[in-house]
Design a protein around this ligand. Structure first.
Ligand SMILES: [Zn+2]
Length: 336
């Protein structure tokens, strides 16, 4: 079986020229306000209300409807015109090299009116991305991250004067001193520690009850990815990392934008010295225990002895993929 990465690169080679065209189209929209202003009229829109995306249900399928520019204008003009400005939208992608996709927050309108007009429900993003698969989910995540960033970066941090968004939303400029602000995200390293045939999963106080995950921590200024892994492991469980292997990355919008970088790491010494101010519990799990935990649904109910079964982050989280990767590698090694 081909790995996801190989399939992806084969697909992107086939669509290379259209991918390049789309990328150049997006680049132009980000660079040229007038071009982007034109694209707003014919664009396609993902709607939000106070950062919750509009989700529609068709049978048992949930999806984020893409509303066309003309349809959006028609509906909103029949409401109150002065309550919105298409230029508050942020560019999130494009359908081909002519139709741009935007996200727009209509928090100034009454929620129920919009839900009726657009036949959907504004849903908490965390709940929405569990229900919605694929590309739509990542566009919603990008849209919310950008909308939130613009909302919280209205003023220049040096002069205190208002900053102005460019049309696409790829930056904000302070016209009093020329400072340019780009959407910000924080790098976070998530590490699955393993030793021989066991891996280490931890429970933090902020996690839902019973959920265990890989170790995670923010990169500090000046650190490399590898240095963050070594420091976090030493800080949290008191171990010295032996090997580190990069695994993958994911943009994580909760509670504000992070770039999650995942790594597999090994240690030689397994004796834990847990830092209780950072984590509540950390344990070594065997392959069988991890496989069992992967089968437990989110937010399980108590077992007959009053304890909660261990459960792991949901499929869309990179921690889940990191744990799955370890499981597959263990199975390959042990031939099961
Ligand atoms: Zn300024």
């Amino acid at each position: 079986m081909l790995s996801a990465a190989v399939r992806r690169s084969a697909r992107s080679a086939r669509h290379c020229s259209s991918y390049v065209k789309q990328t150049r189209f997006l680049f132009e929209l980000k660079e040229k306000d007038d071009t982007c202003r034109q694209a707003l009229k014919s664009g396609s829109y993902y709607l939000f209300h106070n950062l919750s995306p509009l989700v529609r249900k068709s049978g048992s399928i949930f999806y984020a409807p893409a509303i066309s520019g003309p349809d959006l204008l028609q509906v909103l003009s029949s409401c109150e015109k002065d309550k919105f400005n298409l230029e508050d939208s942020v560019l999130v992608g494009c359908l081909d090299s002519s139709v741009a996709q935007f996200a727009l927050d209509l928090g100034t309108f009454e929620k129920s009116t919009l839900e009726q007009e657009f036949s959907g429900r504004f849903t908490d993003l965390r709940k929405a991305v569990v229900k919605i698969d694929g590309e739509d989910g990542s566009l919603l995540i990008r849209g919310q991250s950008l909308l939130r960033w613009h909302d919280s970066h209205q003023y220049c941090s040096k002069s205190g004067k208002p900053t102005q968004k460019n049309v696409s939303g790829s930056k904000r400029v302070c016209h009093s001193n020329g400072l340019i602000y780009y959407p910000h995200m924080s790098p976070v390293v998530i590490t699955l520690l393993s030793s021989r045939n066991r891996c280490l999963l931890a429970h933090q106080e902020s996690f839902p009850a019973g959920m265990y995950s890989a170790l995670a921590g923010y990169c500090e200024i000046g650190e490399t990815l590898e240095e963050t892994v070594r420091r976090e492991v030493a800080e949290e469980v008191g171990l010295v990392v032996d090997t580190i292997r990069y695994s993958g990355s994911q943009h994580w919008p909760f509670p504000s934008s992070s770039l999650m970088l995942s790594c597999q790491a090994t240690v030689k010494d397994e004796e834990l010295n847990i830092n209780r101010t950072e984590i509540e519990d950390a344990r070594w799990f065997t392959l069988e225990e991890v496989i069992k935990a992967l089968q437990v649904n989110m937010m399980p109910s108590q077992l007959s002895d009053g304890t909660l079964p261990v459960w792991l982050p949901p499929k869309f989280a990179i921690a889940h993929q990191l744990i799955q990767e370890w499981v597959q590698e263990q199975k390959a090694v042990h031939g099961s």
